[in-house]
Design a protein around this ligand. Structure first.
Ligand SMILES: Cc1cc2nc3c(=O)[nH]c(=O)nc-3n(C[C@H](O)[C@H](O)[C@H](O)COP(=O)(O)OP(=O)(O)OC[C@H]3O[C@@H](n4cnc5c(N)ncnc54)[C@H](O)[C@@H]3O)c2cc1C
Length: 130
């Protein structure tokens, strides 16, 4: 929804600013990065959910998801804010609101540093004999 709105803005920009193609191309690359981040987030979460459904221990993967998704979504919000310019930083504008909310997710339910501690512990743990 959010990406769609931004994409429409980019399309409108192309119609209005034919001479500023480079700027539009820059937006397109940002949107491509944002979509790629969101795709990676979804796939990570789905892969981890499949492991959980299979009854596997997902402590390491769950922390990887929390770390990656909270950082990637913040990057997406940051780029959306950049694309929207002045409007995006206006207090309580949807983009500003989402940006501010997403920043919290690198802290709540375990900070990024604590997720890294858990991941390191998981990957350095001696493997159980099969
Ligand atoms: C909006 C919001 C909602 C919240 N909701 C809840 C809730 O519903 N339930 C709940 O229980 N808590 C909740 N919290 C608390 C949240 O879980 C904690 O703020 C978070 O775990 C960080 O703890 P702290 O604030 O005490 O920071 P600290 O533990 O003091 O950490 C400060 C900094 O040091 C780093 N750090 C600390 N220990 C280590 C370590 N061993 N290794 C590396 N780095 C480390 C942290 O990553 C962080 O960057 C909420 C917080 C916020 C902001």
């Amino acid at each position: 929804m959010w990406l769609l709105r931004t994409a429409k803005r980019v399309r409108a920009g192309r119609a209005l600013q034919r001479g500023r193609y480079t700027c539009v191309r820059g937006y397109q690359h940002m949107l491509a990065n944002m979509a790629t981040d969101l795709y990676a987030c979804r796939q990570m979460i789905l892969a981890t959910a499949r492991l959980a459904d299979a009854g596997q221990d997902i402590r390491t993967e769950a922390s990887m998801c929390k770390l990656f998704v909270s950082q990637a979504c913040f990057r997406v919000a940051d780029q959306a804010m950049q694309i929207h310019g002045n409007v995006g930083v206006t207090k309580n504008h949807p983009v500003e609101f989402i940006f501010r909310r997403l920043r919290l997710y690198r802290i709540v339910t375990g900070t990024s540093e604590i997720q890294r501690n858990t991941i390191a512990k998981g990957i350095l743990r001696p493997r159980e004999a099969a």
